[in-house]
Design a protein around this ligand. Structure first.
Ligand code: NAD
Length: 491
């Protein structure tokens, strides 16, 4: 592992424990700081043979160990994992910022919510109840919740830690074995966090990490006959392909996919709060959030004033290295992502009016990073690609509406349905729109607030299934009916 200047990381040796969960013989994948281009870590790439071996051993472990039947054991292991993560959280937050680019404040937030998610699921591990019912004289039915078996968790680069733990913690809490594959842009933070799961009470081979390209290592996991469930978070097109590949083995899938979320501001809203909310919705993590409020829908009567003030906020945002505590928006994760985002801005320039940003930042010591200014584009035709497609960058498309009905129509005119923001002081309207809008999450007078207790997921092209909360854990279980007949004769 090499590094040019700042603290270096050897993720394979990160754990104080000897047991490594990374199934890879040699280092190979270079992880680079998107703010500077510096090498952050080198992580081993798993061969297909290592993936196959890991899956076979996970299958054997989940069938033979006490893990699947002992909720208290699972709770102890998960609580200790959370404690080790908490002890190391500052180091992990720094690694997350260096590898992914988000600000150190956002990285600390991701650590805190990941730890909370582990603890929540650790508690649930002891509360996976079934049901029982007297069906007729002498006949009883018992519904059991059993682990699915071996789960493949395939995760993206934007919230690499949180989205991995959001799948791994409930899968383990429910008694499964898990193989994790992080995105190739952010493997180090996932390997470092997973190493901390190593525990004297964790049965061997119940959890492991494999690293490598989606097209080979990921595809092997999806098509392997001994994988029972795929928990996938990523792009909608990739997710659809994963589902097609999984169909041959009739595998269970949970898909958390893309979005183009509307953030709707009515004239009666608290404007100060809505402005802060609109800024947070699109520029937080440089817009690289599946739930980014990337379409701002403004009631026409407040459009000009709201935009003038939002543009001033965007222009004033401090873009820079995420490790600098003064930075408000970090870089995009890679050069490719920067190119993609600038191409979308080009569409905005030719089809609409760029009100803020619109360019890369290539001075002030930021020339080696992937920085793009917070960008706001108005006056776009409704069929513009910038209105319809997920950019995954700090680019806001502004639309206007006259009536509540029109707001709903514009909000729902999307192939996605992941999240939505509503800003209004009219309680009855919040209920009407809360029901009318096709979206897995609707934030009312807030945005981007997630709770481990509350399920998330997508309508339409944004996904299938739910994660987090009790339902999120139950996705990782199979339902079984035991039927008891104590009568002396059959019927
Ligand atoms: P991606 O689809 O390119 O990759 C996600 C993961 O899938 C990576 O680990 C990748 O290596 C793997 N992969 C790629 N091809 C594969 C294949 N054929 N078989 C198996 N695995 C394969 O997504 P990304 O660029 O890493 O992440 C950005 C996307 O993720 C955005 O669309 C964003 O909206 C979405 N996302 C959704 C949520 C959510 O909760 N709904 C959360 C975060 C990100």
């Amino acid at each position: 592992m090499v590094d040019s200047g700042r603290a270096s990381w050897d993720v394979a040796a990160f754990s104080a424990r000897s047991h490594s969960l990374l199934l890879a013989a040699e280092g190979g994948l270079e992880s680079r700081d998107p703010a500077t281009g510096e090498l952050v870590a080198t992580v081993g790439v798993s061969s297909i043979a290592e993936v196959d071996d890991g899956i076979a051993r996970a299958g054997s472990a989940v069938r033979r160990s006490a893990w699947r039947n002992d909720g208290a054991l699972r709770a102890r292991v998960l609580f200790r994992w959370a404690a080790r993560m908490r002890e190391q959280s500052e180091r992990l937050a720094e690694l997350l910022t260096r590898e992914q680019g988000k600000t150190i404040g956002q990285a600390r937030g991701e650590l805190a919510s990941s730890i909370s998610m582990i603890e929540y699921n650790a508690g649930l591990a002891r509360a996976i109840y079934g049901r029982s019912l007297a069906l007729k004289e002498g006949v009883h039915g018992v519904m059991l919740r059993e682990p699915v078996g071996v789960v493949a968790a395939i995760t993206p680069w934007n919230y690499p830690l949180n989205l991995t733990i959001r799948a791994v913690a409930p899968a383990l809490a429910a008694g499964n074995a898990v193989l994790v594959k992080p995105a190739s842009l952010t493997p180090a933070i996932v390997v470092a966090a997973m190493q901390l799961l190593a525990d004297d009470e964790l049965p061997a081979d119940i959890a492991a990490v494999v690293v490598g390209p989606g097209g080979t290592v990921g595809d092997r996991m999806v098509t392997h006959p001994e994988i029972d469930m795929i928990a996938f978070t990523g792009d909608s097109t990739t997710g659809i392909n994963v589902m097609k590949s999984a169909a041959d083995g009739l595998k269970r899938v949970s898909l958390e996919l893309g979005g183009k979320s509307p953030n709707i501001v009515f004239a009666d809203a608290d404007m100060e709060k809505a402005l802060a909310g609109a800024e947070n919705a699109i520029f937080s993590a440089a817009g690289q959030i599946c739930t980014a409020g990337s379409r701002l829908l403004l009631e026409r009567s407040i459009r000009d004033e709201f935009l003038e003030r939002l543009v001033a906020r965007a222009d004033a945002m401090r873009v820079g290295d995420g490790l600098d505590p003064a930075t408000e928006m970090g870089p995009l994760v890679s050069r490719e992502q920067k190119r993609t985002v600038l191409d979308y801005i080009g569409i905005g320039r030719s089809e609409g009016t760029v009100l803020a940003g619109g360019t890369a930042v290539e001075d002030g010591g930021l020339e080696h990073g992937n920085f793009v200014r917070p960008t706001i584009v108005a006056d776009l035709p409704s069929d513009s690609r910038l209105v319809a497609e997920e950019v995954f960058g700090p680019v806001l498309a502004v639309q206007t509406f006259e009536t509540e009905e029109e707001a709903v129509e514009i909000a729902n005119a999307s192939e996605f349905g992941l999240a939505c923001g509503l800003w209004t002081n009219d309680l009855n309207r919040t209920w009407r729109l809360g029901r009318a809008i096709e979206s897995g999450t609707i934030w009312i007078n807030t945005y981007h607030h997630f709770y481990g207790e509350m399920e998330v997921g997508g309508f339409k092209r944004s996904g299938i299934g739910r994660q987090q909360g009790v339902e999120g854990l139950l996705e990782f279980t199979e339902t079984k009916h035991l039927n008891f007949d104590s009568n002396p004769t059959l019927w």
